[in-house]
Ligand binder design. Structure first.
Ligand code: C2E
Ligand code: MG
Ligand code: MG
Ligand code: MG
Length: 286
């Protein structure tokens, strides 16, 4: 009963809602032109081999630098892009940029095993998705075995369609990762049905590793299961040496996290993670 609370409070409430709606409208309108205006950038976060400490590859993470509102998180604008279907052209642009950038790094002599690109459920479930991936592989001439598509369990709205889609991608040579593992509903059921290469343990599990034996048991179990299913396993969100040491003791293969580096712009990758020795680029330690 807003009326009883007095005029001021009621007005304040509507004002807040209006602000939210107008921010959403500003973002939606801006998003249409964002990529062609040069406001969208891709940052790259290293995926580190836990045993050797070397950089195996990078995950592409999109950033939007809005001219008035500043940096907008993908957690805010990807859902908007999905609602408006703008994710289709935007996702295609991101995939192409990431492949081109990866090719450039290979040409510069970097010894990388893969480039990971996040694919939203809306993108994946679009009937043209497979064709788009094929087109980009042909255009950019990337060897598809380098391309790693990160999917979440939310892509599987209709497993009868999604699972054959995944097999088609596998047949093209593309790698598939299951992102944010452990946060969805149907993880175990689908794990054996999905033709996956890699399991990414969600950062929420990593960040609580040292809180309780129960949290450790959950991480142990996920790693065990991944190893038994012959999947690569990556821990997300590793921030401390203690977390890394724990993962190493459990034979987790790779990690991503601020401990190594936050995502960085493409032009920082070379000097941040590699050094040149007699004309050969090798990974920097630590
Ligand atoms: P994600 O794919 O699970 O990516 C991991 C997120 O964790 C990234 O956030 C990354 O910056 C962040 N992160 C990495 N290391 C650490 C750490 O040590 N601590 C903490 N607290 N966070 C860490 P970001 O870049 O804000 O992206 C958020 C989500 O937005 C991504 O989650 C992904 O679902 C989505 N996203 C990002 N880029 C794209 C894209 O190009 N396409 C699509 N469809 N979604 C994207
Ligand atoms: Mg991801
Ligand atoms: Mg994730
Ligand atoms: Mg996530």
């Amino acid at each position: 009963q807003a009326k009883l609370k007095g005029g001021n409070q009621y007005q304040f409430f509507t004002l807040e809602i209006n602000e939210l709606i107008s921010r959403k409208m500003i973002l939606e309108t801006g998003l249409r032109k964002a990529a062609s205006n040069g406001e969208i950038h891709i940052y790259y976060q290293p995926q580190v081999d836990i045993e050797t400490g070397g950089v195996n590859g990078f995950e592409a993470l999109v950033r939007w630098n809005h001219p008035e509102l500043g940096i907008i998180s993908p957690l805010e604008f990807i859902p908007l892009a999905e609602e408006t279907k703008l994710i289709i052209p935007l996702g295609e642009w991101i995939l192409r940029q990431a492949c081109l950038q990866f090719k450039e790094w290979l040409n510069q002599g970097l010894d990388l095993k893969h480039i990971s690109v996040n694919i939203s459920a809306v993108q994946f479930n679009e009937p043209t998705f497979i064709r788009t991936v094929k087109k980009i592989i042909e255009e950019t001439k990337i060897d598809p075995t380098y391309l790693d598509l990160e999917l979440t369990e939310s892509v599987v709205r209709n497993p009868d369609i999604s699972i054959p889609f995944m097999h088609e991608l596998k047949a093209m040579g593309v790698r598939l990762s299951l992102d944010d593992f452990g946060t969805g509903y149907s993880s175990l059921n689908y794990l054996k049905e999905f033709p996956l290469d890699t399991l990414k343990i969600d950062k929420s599990f990593i960040q609580t590793i040292h809180d309780s034996p129960k949290d450790q048991a959950v991480v142990d179990t996920i790693i065990h299961m991944a190893l038994n299913l012959n999947l690569n396993v990556i821990a997300e969100g590793v921030e401390t040496d203690a977390q890394l040491a724990y993962l190493m003791s459990r034979q987790c293969h790779q990690y991503q996290g601020y401990l190594c580096s936050a995502p960085v712009p493409h032009d920082q990758v070379l000097h941040t993670f590699f050094k040149e020795e007699q004309g050969v680029l090798t990974g920097r330690e630590g």
